[in-house]
Ligand binder design. Structure first.
Ligand code: 0GY
Length: 297
């Protein structure tokens, strides 16, 4: 028995994903994934809103190799709060094949950030999803933006579609590259050319520094696996209009799912439905994430 017991309704990641039929191009990056613990070594944060199963770096690297990815971008999960040790340990064990998105506080020192930068952190995440974190005022994020500026890090935003209008002015004021998680979480029961998703597309049209992850069909879909048909028109629209500003990732180990746990091989097979040409696939999986996370100097 470990130090932590996962939530009773927690869905554990798929233990034996299928081999994808879609062969990933060499150099592909899983640009959105997490690690959880293991809790005995990297304790979960007291302020967390969920207690997951353990899902550590060895399982992540096995999945990377099995699916055919070359690299990972590991996003600090909220269950670890602003203690980035588990994520940093992945970067340090990856032989340069992982970069990180951290969660930091305004009281982090320049030296702390410098060490994180050396380890491979390239961004911070601002999370506005209330079931995951308690809301903070804009001033809190402004302080962080100033702190990270010397390192050239970008900002990753996680918010629900219904919060976009309220946050619009702050988001558009960000001068760095900004990456939005999961297409701003559209309600896929609404039309992809309706006013809600149009607002998200406008955010990308009017702010050329904004990118989108076309991730998480398993989280957004109402029609379900294996095809996640209802998510396709949304993701395809974003990939086709902004081919140089999109990223893709598995979201392994898939926190807080309730309807089902996806087979990660099936998720990879979703990619050619949203990026329908080799050129679009190469940008999405190789060129864009490499440019954003592995550019040096
Ligand atoms: C995701 C989505 C979720 C969780 C987190 O950091 C997290 O805890 O990101 C979620 O519950 O929607 O991107 O993994």
């Amino acid at each position: 028995m470990g130090t932590f017991t996962m939530d009773p309704d927690w869905l554990v990641y798929c233990p034996n994903p299928s081999t994808p039929k879609f062969v990933l191009p060499p150099g592909s990056v899983d640009a959105h994934c997490h690690v959880f613990g293991p809790g005995d070594r990297f304790p979960f944060a007291p302020e967390r809103k969920y207690t997951p199963c353990d899902a550590g770096k060895d399982a992540l690297f096995t999945l990377r190799d099995m699916l055919g990815f070359d690299k990972n971008v590991v996003v600090q999960a909220t269950c670890h709060g602003s203690d980035n040790a588990a994520m940093l340990d992945v970067l340090e064990s990856s032989d340069g094949r992982a970069r990180g998105v951290a969660s930091i506080r305004p009281d982090f020192s320049h030296n702390q950030l410098d060490e994180m930068n050396d380890a491979g952190v390239r961004a911070v995440r601002f999370n506005y999803v209330r079931r995951l974190v308690d809301p903070k005022p804009d001033a809190y994020y402004h302080e962080i933006v100033e702190k990270i500026a010397p390192f050239g890090w970008h900002v990753v935003l996680y918010f629900e579609a219904t919060d976009l209008a309220e946050r619009w002015d702050f988001f558009s004021s960000l001068a760095s590259t900004v990456v939005v998680d999961h297409m701003g979480r559209p309600d896929v029961s609404k039309p992809p050319d309706g006013p809600d998703f149009e607002l998200f597309l406008r955010l990308l049209r009017e702010n050329e520094n904004f990118w989108s992850k076309v991730t998480c069909p398993e989280r957004l879909s109402l029609s379900g696996p294996p095809q996640y048909r209802d998510v396709v028109p949304f993701a395809r629209k974003v990939v086709e209009e902004f081919p140089d500003r999109v990223l893709w990732g598995t979201d392994w180990p898939h926190p807080n799912l309730h309807s089902h746990m996806p087979d990660d091989g099936t998720l990879v097979d979703f990619i050619p439905h949203i990026a329908t040409t080799e050129a679009l696939q190469h940008k999405l999986l190789v060129d864009n994430p490499t440019r954003l996370y592995w550019k040096e100097g």
